[in-house]
Design a protein around this ligand. Structure first.
Ligand code: SF4
Length: 191
């Protein structure tokens, strides 16, 4: 994996659903989970790849390598909007921990420039990487896919335990957190 550049499949300016205010949302490629309901299959592979675009009716390349400075140039364009709306940036994926070094560097840079930082993650990672992330985000948005260990493994392909461990850490540290459970009919909507 290259750490000096990040593989990103979308940078969405003027987002209003990924945290407070007006935000720039950065979508990183690569995910270790394989949720059966995944609506972003183009995000799973960490490398740029050719995929079929059903609207354009042709193959297109998804994913492009960016340096920190190239992403920052795009982020800074909306500094006035962040300030007015109390917005900032949100890093998401895929799963941001697949490109953890680059993501952390980017978050640090934003914080240094006074830009509010949020992340969306499954929290499927080591406790040390998770703690490092927490030091650099103002808002943690965490998706818990299933509350049952067997069902979690069955539907996402990865164990639930490390995720719960990280959730405990976030609670202990009293971080600013939004915990979400996506309701998937037939998967996690029973009592
Ligand atoms: S965590 Fe998100 S991107 Fe990864 S497989 Fe699940 S739904 Fe798809």
């Amino acid at each position: 994996m290259r750490d000096s550049k990040g593989c990103i499949f979308n940078i969405q300016r003027f987002s209003i659903h990924d945290g407070p205010g007006i935000r720039t949302t950065i979508f990183f490629k690569g995910c270790p989970l394989h949720c059966l309901w995944c609506s972003n299959p183009e995000s799973l592979n960490i490398e740029p790849e050719e995929i079929w675009d059903n609207i354009k009716k042709k193959n297109v390349i998804t994913g492009k390598y960016y340096s920190i400075e190239e992403v920052m140039e795009i982020i800074r364009k909306d500094n006035d909007y962040y300030e007015e709306s109390k917005g900032g940036i949100t890093v998401t994926g895929g799963e941001i921990f697949f490109q953890k070094k680059f993501v952390i560097k980017l978050l640090k840079k934003c914080k240094k420039e006074g830009i509010h930082t949020a992340c969306e993650t499954s929290a499927f990672t080591t406790t040390s990487d998770f703690k490092e992330l927490l030091k650099n985000v103002d808002l943690l948005i965490m998706d818990l896919k299933h509350y049952d260990t067997d069902m979690h493994k069955k539907y996402t392909g990865v164990p639930l335990e490390p995720i719960l461990q990280n959730l405990d850490i976030a609670i202990d540290k009293n971080v600013n957190m939004l915990l979400r459970i996506p309701i998937i009919p037939g998967v996690n909507d029973s009592l």
